[in-house]
Design a protein around this ligand. Structure first.
Ligand SMILES: [Zn+2]
Length: 344
């Protein structure tokens, strides 16, 4: 299988994030992508670097003010007296008072939602490289590949049109899905990361041409907390095109795979021209960021189910933080996926 990858991700390596009031080691590390890359190369998959992309398809999804912030924030922050090397907002725009200030110290809490999306010197470059990798995978499929995998880092599905959060800055899968929808008409997204794809949901919530399904741990107790509930169905033209399947914490393979079956049935009924998958390995039972308990064989079985879809498929990497198991879980997923695809 061809896969896309941008080495610019190494430029984004914030050492720490804030969790429960404490600075802790950042789980979203370059080593994650390095482990996945080593696995893909060892299995003979073919690496493709993104080339020739500009900002057009990123601007088609994201707010211009937010993009300008991301590109310039670190330099502006560093010009403040006593500024830290990483941007950690300490005040946030509450939902009832979203005025956009001009200062960098005000804008960091306007454009970043929470303590798990610090901005480092290379964050913008890395985020753009990750988005371009997703676009390149979409282009491979539009040009005739049956499927492609994009090794995106930083991940993207928690990024809204106008703010970042949860390790995410640019919404890679939304950028790729919008690009594909502009060429194909109707596309579907299945998000199987352990955390609800709140940014992706928000971007397509009022659209009828992008059908979004997310299977995830209960957002009442698991990030992102403020979206991901079963009663969020879409609005306007998007009514009926948003399906959330939250699962009780500690759910194991049978419940998780049952939710994926429900999601795939919804996607098959939509009859999309292509499927994009937000592929997270953090539902894994040993993952430090998850409260689900999926096994490596569970990922193989998920791949089999998703591989039964007969149209073009773009797989986009999202979360997964137990570095030593990422390669094994990706391999199991792709093995199950290819088994179903080749059985057609
Ligand atoms: Zn996640």
């Amino acid at each position: 299988m061809k896969f896309t990858y941008s080495p610019t991700h190494h430029q984004h390596a914030p050492a720490e994030i804030i969790v429960r009031g404490t600075l802790v080691r950042n789980l979203e590390s370059p080593e994650r992508a390095d482990a996945l890359l080593a696995q893909l190369l060892s299995q003979g998959h073919e690496k493709v670097l993104p080339t020739g992309w500009d900002q057009r398809w990123i601007e088609a999804v994201h707010d211009a003010g937010y993009l300008e912030f991301l590109e310039t924030a670190h330099e502006r922050w560093r010009a403040l007296p006593n500024a830290t090397p990483l941007i950690h907002p300490h005040a946030f725009a509450h939902y009832s008072s979203r005025r956009r200030p001009q200062s960098i110290q005000g804008q960091v809490g306007y454009y970043l939602a929470g303590g798990s999306s610090p901005v480092a010197e290379g964050t913008w470059t890395a985020a753009v490289g990750s988005a371009h990798a997703a676009l390149e995978a979409a282009r491979l499929v539009l040009d005739g590949e049956r499927e492609a995998y994009s090794l995106c880092r930083p991940p993207g599905h928690h990024a809204y049109a106008d703010f970042g959060g949860g390790f995410c800055y640019l919404n890679n899968i939304a950028i790729a899905a919008n690009y594909m929808a502009s060429k194909l008409g109707r596309v579907a997204i299945l998000d199987i990361d352990t955390h609800h794809g709140n940014g992706t949901q928000s971007i397509f919530y009022r659209r009828g041409d992008v059908h979004f399904v997310s299977v995830h741990g209960d957002p009442d107790v698991l990030f992102p907390f403020y979206a991901g509930y079963a009663d969020e169905h879409g609005e306007g033209e998007g009514e009926g095109h948003n399906l959330n399947v939250p699962l009780p914490l500690k759910s194991e393979d049978p419940a998780w795979l049952g939710a994926i079956d429900e999601g795939m049935a919804s996607i098959q009924a939509f009859k999309p021209a292509a499927l994009l998958v937000s592929l997270g390995f953090d539902p894994f039972k040993g993952d430090p960021s998850s409260d689900l308990a999926v096994s490596t064989e569970g990922f193989r079985a998920a791949g089999e189910r998703i591989g039964r879809y007969r149209g073009p498929v773009v797989l986009i990497q999202e979360g997964g933080y137990l570095v030593e198991k990422l390669g094994e879980n990706l391999n199991a997923f792709l093995d199950g996926y290819m088994r179903s695809r080749n059985a057609a």
